[in-house]
Unconditional design. Structure first.
Length: 157
């Protein structure tokens, strides 16, 4: 994902007052640990009004892609609360979550505000990213967790 396009999306989320928290490798980058990625992961509040604002922010960023209307609060509040949205150009995807199994939900995500190029971004704290990544089965997550632990001096939690 290109940095400028990521900023456009994050600016739209701010403009439309979407309640979200950036997680995953883009959040790691915001925390100063950069690695290549082809997606952006974020948690959103599954409230109907918030999801409507999310759709508006996505439409403003991706030229009113009609597929955006398929993103619903019912899906994000349902049994499988994760949506992968790919913009029309197909160069990357957005993973939009409201809950990750029983482990984490939007309200559980500890976050802090970062400002990048004047854009306020809600980013998962380093401690939260570590907690989210340390016990997964995915090898890259465990590598990420160790890098976060070492960089921020976190103990095993």
């Amino acid at each position: 994902m290109e940095f400028e396009e990521a900023l456009r999306l994050l600016a739209a989320l701010e403009t439309h007052e979407v309640r979200y928290v950036l997680v995953g490798s883009m959040a790691m980058a915001a925390q100063g640990l950069i690695r290549a990625t082809h997606d952006m992961d974020f948690f959103v509040d599954p409230d109907e009004d918030n999801v409507a604002r999310l759709r508006a922010a996505l439409a403003a960023t991706f030229d009113s892609d009609p597929n955006i209307e398929q993103i619903t609060a019912a899906d994000l509040g349902g049994d499988y609360p994760a949506i992968e949205y790919s913009p029309p150009h197909g160069e990357y995807s957005l993973d939009i979550l409201s809950r990750l199994g029983e482990a984490f939900c939007f309200d559980d995500i500890e976050w802090e505000e970062h400002v990048v190029d004047g854009i306020k971004i809600r980013v998962a704290t380093a401690r939260m990213l570590y907690r989210m990544k340390k016990d997964t089965v995915r090898p890259q997550d465990r590598i990420d967790a160790e890098a976060i632990r070492a960089r921020f001096g976190l103990g095993d939690e």
